[in-house]
Design a protein around this ligand. Structure first.
Ligand code: ZN
Length: 137
């Protein structure tokens, strides 16, 4: 879990914690971002941020083992992040996880997967996303 853009900004400045990075965005990550922006968009969401999705590079992966990742923001571009989608979905084992998308005005920059019991939430299944309903579970 990592909430707050201050910590995120710091994370983007440090070297990748994972040897496989950077890597291109995965198909499932791109699918989930499109789905979250379709079913649970917030006012700052806009269609243009979907156009460059397939070019995104993952540069940071949350060390807790969850599915949260951050994408590279090119030098000189706006780095201030806004929440653009707030969804929840079911993992392959049927557990409900939160799925949040943050973006700069130009591109998606971060996805966060979380649950409330412990660390390590995996990505939800594509097709399972719906608007976030709050911490009722
Ligand atoms: Zn994590």
């Amino acid at each position: 879990m990592h909430r707050g853009s201050g910590r995120l900004a710091q994370a983007l400045d440090v070297a990748p914690v994972n040897a496989e990075l950077p890597r291109p965005i995965s198909e499932i990550e791109a699918t989930l971002i499109r789905e979250a922006l379709a079913v649970a968009p917030l006012p700052e969401a806009h269609a243009a941020m979907l156009e460059n999705l397939s070019n995104l590079q993952v540069v940071y992966r949350c060390p807790c083992g969850c599915g949260s990742v951050s994408f590279a923001i090119p030098e000189g571009r706006e780095t201030k992040l806004t929440r653009v989608a707030d969804a929840q979905g079911k993992t392959s084992t049927g557990e409900m996880v939160g799925f949040m998308v943050r973006a700069t005005p130009e591109q998606v920059a971060h996805i966060e997967v979380y649950w409330h019991h412990t660390e390590g939430a995996p990505l939800p299944e594509p097709g399972s996303l719906e608007p976030w309903r709050g911490r009722t579970v």
